[in-house]
Design a protein around this ligand. Sequence first.
Ligand SMILES: [Fe+2]
Length: 302
Amino acid sequence: MKKFIQHRFLPENYTSSSLIKFEKLSEHLGVKVDNIDLSKLLTGNQFDDINEALSVHSLLVFPNQSLTNMDMVKLSELFGSTLPHIVNKFNQDGVIVLSNKRDKNGKLIGADRSGMQWHSDGSFRKLPNRISLLYGVECPPIGADTIFASTYASFDTLGKLEIKELSKLYGIHDYSWYWSEYQKIRPPLTEEEKLRTPQVFYPILRTHPITGWNSLYVSECVTCGIKGMNKIDGRSRIIELSELMSQFEFRYTHKWTKGDLLIWDNASAIHKGTEYDNKYDRLMLRTSTSAEVPFLKDIKLT
Ligand SMILES: [Fe+2]
């Protein structure tokens, strides 16, 4: 495997050895890839270049794609095992449906207004989501953006004392808490769904398994507190960290066009959705894969 340099470095626009062109979208994360058709099987070299770019830039944007559910699943499986939504009714042929559209009985056909607060996908899982894919089928012309923020970049702002303090802390990730705090308009989770999502504890600083770079790992809407700290102090520290992580200069905002496929790395970026008018239909397809339990390698403070 390629050895990454110790300090984070993002190359400018470049062409990889498998001739994929990467065009930088913002200072800290995101590259656009124009010249590849993802409905066709990637070669080993193309996948390696895409996976490396994803680990370095945290977000890849592929415009003008034409993908079936099966294409999405096949592409996702290159990155790891695919994960269904916790709520079964949002799963369809291996993909998760996100939508404000309703069927003939007036029921929503997908999860509507999911993830409108900062989060790393599936941080509540025993094996969290690492890579997420989101494909735009019907996209409102205004709103419904997805905003990303680099958590490599926020880590880089930490001083030695803060790193020392945070390297000992574990966030409490709690899906039932998230559902009761942020999804009040949806029916409550079933007992079976609650049983499948017990609290999990992950290091607040984590090391990326491919680049070896460190990042912050907190989901504002899922990390309810800090292990060993009282509820109020723990939650307020989580909010402080979330504000640090989501600073404007670390962000890239994606305005969707039909046919866009985004792939992002939940180990080095957080994201959230923005509001939109229900006079527009929105239909998005998502898949996610798991890879490893978040970990922090020894940090040497010189
Ligand atoms: Fe999300």
